[in-house]
Design a protein around this ligand. Structure first.
Ligand code: FEO
Length: 395
C-alpha cells in the first residue's frame, strides 16, 4: 500500500496476512504490517525495509513513488529481520545505495547480510541533509535490540520510531490513527508491547526521556498505524506500560485437567465481582496462548494463578507461564495462588516458589484443595477474591 504522509514523505509498507506466528511464536490472527517510508527529496531516502517474503510488493510500492530514480540512503533503525530482511535485495536493486546505521548496527549488517560497502555510521550528533529534510538519529538500545534507534525528521517533525509504538494487526484500507478503529489497535499495541518489548521497561523509560524534548507531529512506527492525531495518548500508554502501571482489574489464569481448578477459579471470580471489581477475566492456560495472557497481565493490577498438581509440580502450561513471567518480570502486581493437590500435590507449592521469585505482593490465603472443593475451601477461595479486589480498588 502506498499512502502519502505529506507532500514528500510516503508510506510504502506491506501487510502480512499469511503469517501465523510473529517471531515464529506469537499468534497473528489479524496479521501484521511491516512499515517502511520513502522520503522524496534531493536525496531519496528509504526508512527501513520489510520482511523478505514481502519484497516484491515492497519494491513495487517504492517504484510507484520514485519511478526510475535511484535511492540514495537506506536508514536501518533496527536489524530484526522483520525490518532488515530485504536489505540485500534492496542493495541488489539499488547498488549505489548508502546504508545508514549506528556503530552497533554495522557488525550486524555485515554479519547477517554480508554488506561491507557503502556503510555510513551515524551517532546522536549526525545530521543527514537530504535537501529539504534533515534527519537526526537517537539510539534507543533494547527497544527492542541493542542497535535499535529512531530517526527524526527535524523539518516535518516526524519520528520514525521503528518497533516503539508499533502494534500487531494489518493496516486495512488506511494507515492513520484517525481513520482506523483505534481501540482495536490499542489492544494489539499492548499485546505487541507486552510480548516483544515488555522485558525492556527500563530502556523504554530511558528512550521516552531522551525523546521527551522533541516536537513530534507524526509518529511513524514500523508496525501498525501512523499516529498523527492522538500522539500524546500513545506516548502515555508506553509510559504507563513500561512502568507497569495497570488498571483496576483481576486476571485469573488456571491450569486444570478435569475441571476442579477451573471451578475454584470461578469461585474466586465471583468474590472479586461481589467486592465491586467489574474487570475480571478468567483464562484457561491450556487454551489461551501466552501472548494474550501476558497482555492481560500487563493490563490489570491483580493476577491470580491456579494449577492442578501434575507429576508432583504445577501443570505444564502454568509452568510455562510462570517461567515466562520470571523472564519478563513485570512489576507492581498483586498475586493470589490456588490449586488442586489431587493425590500427589506440587501444583501450589511450585506456585509458591514462583511467588518468591517474582516478588509481587502476595494476597492471602494460598489455597490448596484436596480432591474436590469443600465448604472450607470455598470460604478461603472467596477470601482470595475479596482481598485482591480490595487491593486493586485501593490502587
Ligand atoms: Fe519489529 Fe524487533 O522487530
Amino acid at each position: 500500500m502506498v499512502k502519502k504522509i505529506n507532500e514528500t514523505v510516503y508510506y510504502v509498507g506491506v501487510n502480512d496476512r499469511r503469517i501465523h506466528r510473529f517471531e515464529n511464536f506469537w499468534p497473528m490472527p489479524h496479521g501484521v504490517s511491516y512499515n517502511s517510508y520513502v522520503i522524496k527529496d534531493d536525496k531519496i531516502t528509504l526508512i527501513d525495509t520489510v520482511e523478505v517474503s514481502k519484497f516484491d510488493k515492497f519494491l513495487s510500492n517504492i517504484i510507484e513513488v520514485i519511478g526510475d530514480r535511484d535511492i540514495d540512503y537506506l536508514v536501518v533503525n533496527h536489524m530484526e529481520p522483520d525490518h532488515s530482511g530485504s536489505i540485500a535485495n534492496i542493495v541488489m536493486k539499488y547498488p549505489n545505495i548508502k546504508i545508514i546505521g549506528n556503530a552497533t548496527t554495522m557488525p550486524m549488517i555485515e554479519g547477517y547480510y554480508k554488506q561491507h560497502d557503502n556503510l555510513i555510521t551515524v551517532n546522536a550528533d549526525t545530521v543527514l541533509d537530504l535537501g529539504y529534510h534533515k534527519l537526526v538519529f537517537a539510539p534507543i538500545p533494547m527497544v527492542h535490540w541493542p542497535e535499535s534507534m529512531v530517526t527524526y525528521d527535524t523539518t516535518d517533525k516526524i519520528l520514525f520510531s521503528n518497533d516503539a509504538f508499533g502494534t500487531f494487526g494489518t493496516l486495512d484500507g488506511g494507515i492513520f490513527d484517525d481513520e482506523l478503529d483505534i481501540e482495536f489497535y490499542i489492544d494489539e499495541m499492548r499485546r505487541y508491547y507486552s510480548n516483544i518489548v515488555g522485558k525492556y521497561g527500563m530502556p523504554v523509560q530511558k528512550a521516552l526521556k531522551a525523546l521527551g524534548g522533541l516536537e513530534i507531529k507524526v509518529i511513524a512506527p514500523s508496525h501498525g498505524p501512523v499516529w498523527r492525531s492522538d500522539i500524546s495518548r500513545v506516548i502515555g500508554l508506553y509510559d504507563k506500560w513500561s512502568k507497569c502501571e495497570a488498571e483496576a482489574g483481576v486476571v485469573i489464569i488456571f491450569g486444570s485437567m478435569y475441571g476442579y481448578t477451573e471451578e475454584a477459579a470461578e469461585i474466586i471470580a465471583e468474590a472479586v465481582v461481589e467486592a465491586g471489581v467489574k474487570n475480571v477475566r478468567i483464562y484457561d492456560a491450556s487454551k489461551t496462548h501466552l501472548s494474550y495472557l501476558l497482555s492481560e497481565i500487563w493490563k490489570y493490577k491483580g493476577v491470580v494463578i491456579g494449577s492442578c498438581a501434575y507429576n508432583g509440580s504445577s501443570f505444564t502450561p502454568i509452568k510455562n507461564l510462570c517461567s515466562s513471567l520470571e523472564l519478563y518480570m513485570p512489576k507492581n502486581k498483586y498475586l493470589g495462588i490456588f490449586g488442586g493437590m489431587s493425590w500427589c500435590g506440587g501444583g501450589v507449592s511450585t506456585l509458591q516458589k514462583f511467588a518468591e521469585n517474582i516478588k509481587w505482593e502476595m494476597v492471602a490465603p494460598a489455597v490448596e484443595i484436596k480432591y474436590t472443593t469443600k465448604d472450607s475451601d470455598i470460604s478461603k477461595l472467596k477470601e482470595i477474591g475479596t482481598n485482591i479486589a480490595g487491593l486493586v480498588i485501593k490502587g
